[in-house]
Design a protein around this ligand. Structure first.
Ligand code: TXA
Ligand code: MG
Length: 309
């Protein structure tokens, strides 16, 4: 259910949960110190409690209340990418952030969204924790309708649709004297390398102690089985493909133009969700696209979506 900025701020300040559009995907928001509301976020999403939340700020100066030391290159990275879809995991003053938010870690994740509605809201409410507004394991939401499909028609959703990027923020973690990418996302590793002068390592999935706990879980998956073979299996009638390519006489879900990764990122979750909305049980994904820049994040999302682990 669409609600106004005033209404959303009021609900949040009274300890409720509200869905909020950002430039990446919709978030499920609660005020940083409203523990009941934060517990409710974990329950609503069916999110494992050891998967921490990102804190969304409106100003760089707000960081001072939480963070002890800023790692090298933080200022240069923040100057270039904030406000925007880059999340930093930073060492914190543990007394300043509820344990529940950071899953007991001694670090927390922060970003300043570049979305006028989200920013106006945070100005009114103060810092908000916001995981993506989807059931755990499912594709994120890029439209109000997606949020309502997951949480019900009457769930409060702040008006101000337009998730410009369509995929989540990139997460950077300072580890062993280098910045590492904990989750690929809307800012490419190449863009980050331009600031750092070295290519940030992309964290491997480690079973026991991943740098980014979210790596442990299934993500972005529709119910449909996704095939990624080099060619289309005969039995498969549905294709997730590009507008500038032909796939014979099959039903096509269009991801966008194969020369335009921004368009494809923007359309990605909408298409993965459409497979479920239309009860599709199997689809072939055209993985014949570049391995650089934003395409790398798109590839990672699709591979995870296809994995049932
Ligand atoms: O674009 C985005 O980042 C969206 C919008 C709403 O801002 N939010 C989002 O949140 O994607 P979520 O909860 O779906 O993903 C947050 C990721 C998880 O993988 C989590 O493990 C990681 O951030 N994370 C949070 N705090 C962390 C920490 N202290 N150390 C390592 N990873 C952390
Ligand atoms: Mg998520």
């Amino acid at each position: 259910m669409k609600i106004s900025l005033e209404n959303a701020a009021d609900l949040l300040l009274k300890g409720n949960v509200v869905a909020v559009p950002t430039e990446t995907v919709y978030g499920l928001a609660a005020c940083l110190h409203e523990l009941k509301a934060i517990e409710k976020i974990f329950l609503l999403k069916n999110r494992p409690p050891n998967n921490p939340l990102i804190i969304h700020l409106s100003n760089l100066s707000d960081l001072k209340s939480y963070v002890k030391d800023l790692p090298p290159f933080f200022n240069a990275l923040a100057k270039k990418f904030w406000p925007g879809p880059l999340t930093f995991v930073l060492p914190i003053d543990e007394t300043s952030i509820p344990k529940l938010v950071r899953a007991g870690l001694t670090t927390a994740a922060f970003r300043i969204p570049n979305h006028v509605v989200a920013q106006n809201l945070i100005h009114k409410t103060g810092p908000l924790v916001m995981p993506s507004a989807n059931l755990s394991g499912k594709p994120s939401s890029t439209l109000r309708q997606h949020v309502e499909n997951d949480f019900g028609e009457s769930f409060p959703v702040l008006e101000g649709e337009i998730c410009q990027y369509g995929i989540e923020s990139t997460i950077l973690i300072y580890h062993k004297n280098r910045w590492e990418i904990g989750r690929q996302g809307a800012i490419s590793s190449e863009q980050i390398e331009e600031v750092l002068g070295y290519p940030p390592k992309i964290s491997e999935k480690k079973e026991n102690s991943p740098l980014c706990p979210g790596q442990l879980y299934r993500h972005y998956s529709p119910n449909a089985k996704l095939h990624m073979d080099a060619s289309i299996p005969d039995s498969v009638e549905v294709v997730l493909g590009f507008s500038d390519r032909a796939y014979g006489n099959r039903r096509i879900f269009i991801l966008g133009d194969s020369r335009n990764p921004s368009e494809v990122a923007h359309e990605l979750y909408k298409n993965l969700r459409k497979l479920d909305e239309e009860n599709i049980s199997e689809a072939w994904v055209d993985m014949n696209f570049p391995k650089e820049d934003l395409w790398k994040s798109i590839r990672e999302r699709l591979e995870k979506a296809a994995s049932k682990l």
